[in-house]
Design a protein around this ligand. Structure first.
Ligand code: SAH
Length: 216
């Protein structure tokens, strides 16, 4: 088969997401609008629209598009929402979120990744994303609370202190499980002082680690 033209490649990309069960039109549009090739390593450009995770700098990964779309859909974003992401990585997930809500604050523990993501996001004009070099286990209190929280690195447990940063009725989604095994995507919904917890699918993410990385 001849290689697909860029636009039919994108159509196929959106079609695959639909076939895998993504139905939120705004999410599908964002997945179609954001150029994933800008977020992958230059060597992987040709594979940017394959449904697979890819390696990025600092031994980290850009998540599989289906998982990005799925987590985004599960967040039930509204245009007025303020969203916290832990694990900027390439900045791709933050870019998708930024098309669907008011503001994104995204934490990354590697300076190299934070700097690179900031650059790509600003080149694309996605100026409602703030990338912070910092530890997502220790989000400064002065950043307040969020309507939604998305964690894109595996946590053995989601700290209660992080869930407490949700607004009433807020939703958080995180891969939860051992660092060296498979994890489950877990969705938390704040209901008064309690949190409803629902396990969604099995996933595999790189681990969430404490502190800012000492390596660049
Ligand atoms: N959302 C990213 C993929 C995330 S990979 C994307 O769309 O490309 C997970 C990222 O989480 C890695 O870059 C890793 O460095 C970062 N990370 C791990 N623990 C963290 C922590 N405690 N605080 C902030 N970032 C963290």
């Amino acid at each position: 088969m001849p290689p697909l033209s860029p636009s039919s490649e994108k159509m196929q990309f959106q079609l695959n997401l639909r076939q895998r069960g993504i139905s939120d039109r705004a999410v599908l549009k964002a997945m179609g609008d954001v150029p994933r090739e800008m977020f992958v390593s230059s060597l992987d450009r040709a594979d940017a629209y394959r449904d697979s995770a890819l390696g990025i700098a600092c031994g980290q990964t850009i998540s599989q598009p289906f998982v990005v779309a799925y987590m985004t859909e599960q967040l039930q974003l509204k245009p007025e929402h303020r969203v916290l992401e832990i694990g900027t990585g390439s900045g791709y997930q933050a870019a998708i979120l930024s098309r669907l809500c008011r503001d994104v604050v995204s934490f990354e523990r590697y300076r190299t990744l934070a700097d690179r993501a900031r650059l790509v996001l600003s080149d694309l004009g996605y100026d409602n994303v703030e990338v912070v070099l910092g530890d997502g286990f220790d989000v400064p209190a002065n950043l307040g609370t969020f309507d939604r929280i998305i964690v894109t690195a595996a946590m053995e447990e989601v700290p209660q202190a992080l869930l407490e940063r949700l607004e009433p009725d807020g939703i958080a989604i995180a891969p939860v499980g051992p660092h060296d095994g498979s994890q489950a995507l877990v969705r938390f919904r704040r209901s008064g002082k309690a949190f409803e917890r629902q396990e969604l699918l099995g996933v595999r993410f790189v681990p969430a680690l404490k502190g800012i990385a000492r390596e660049l």
